[in-house]
Write a protein that binds this ligand. Structure first.
Ligand code: TYD
Length: 213
């Protein structure tokens, strides 16, 4: 089974990914916990070029274009898919990823790129069985992030997050594996909802029905 956590910054993806990872382990499954951007050389390049300084990547004094951003995320993902995700799934392991190509669709679309181009660019990446969209209002995300990172150009980022949140919701139509969970609830409650979604998808998979929508 391949499970992805998505949502705007501050939604609690890494916490929930870890709780679910522990749940699988406690239930005797072999499970791999991973994330994007990855912790490889590609991921580090992305952090340096795209994410530093309030998300204003600079190469040789010029701002990196949204197209380059999308291509860098896709390159990082290609390595992630070929080296870790596909081999693990082939070995029968469950894979949990904190962000995946759905992030590229939501964020790079919000940056003004064409959605269909982004979908085509990421076609090499297999779809997940379940995408947990941790949804929360942007105002709450801002509050949570304030204690975490120093952000410049805060208003622009708020506006970007708002677009990203809407984009995720729009993507649900096209990608029915995306299931929304209210991330305003306390951590345990969110985890319980995630587990019940996982159990439903597992049941559907074992009876050959596929993911119900
Ligand atoms: P984040 O999950 O915050 O990573 P970390 O906490 O390890 O730095 O992701 C970094 C940012 O990258 C986040 O704002 C979303 C953005 N992002 C994209 O714009 N496109 C993508 O394809 C991915 C994977 C992330």
């Amino acid at each position: 089974m391949f499970i992805v956590f998505e949502g705007i910054d501050g939604a609690g993806k890494s916490t929930q990914a870890r709780l679910l990872y522990e749940w699988f382990r406690e239930n005797g499954y072999e499970v791999v916990l991973t994330k994007e951007p990855t912790d490889t050389a590609f991921g580090r390049l992305i952090r340096r070029l795209v994410l530093m300084g309030g998300k204003e990547g600079i190469i040789d004094g010029a701002k990196i274009s949204p197209d380059s951003e999308a291509l860098l995320f896709a390159a990082d993902r290609a390595e992630h898919v070929h080296r870790l995700i596909e081999p693990s799934l082939r070995e029968g392991k469950t894979v949990i990823s904190d962000r995946y190509f759905y992030s590229s669709l939501a964020y790079q679309w919000a940056r003004g790129l064409d959605l269909q181009w982004l979908i085509d660019l990421n076609r090499f990446a297999p779809r997940a069985d379940l995408v947990v969209l941790l949804d929360l209002p942007v105002e709450e995300s801002v509050k949570r992030l304030r204690g975490r990172k120093v952000k410049s150009e805060f208003d622009r980022i708020v506006e970007l997050q708002r677009k990203v949140r809407n984009n995720y919701i729009k993507l649900m139509e096209r990608f029915p594996e995306i299931r929304i969970v209210n991330a305003l609830q306390d951590e345990r409650r969110v985890h319980e909802e995630v587990v019940s979604l996982v159990e439903r998808v597992m049941k559907a998979g074992s009876s050959g029905d596929g993911v119900s929508t």
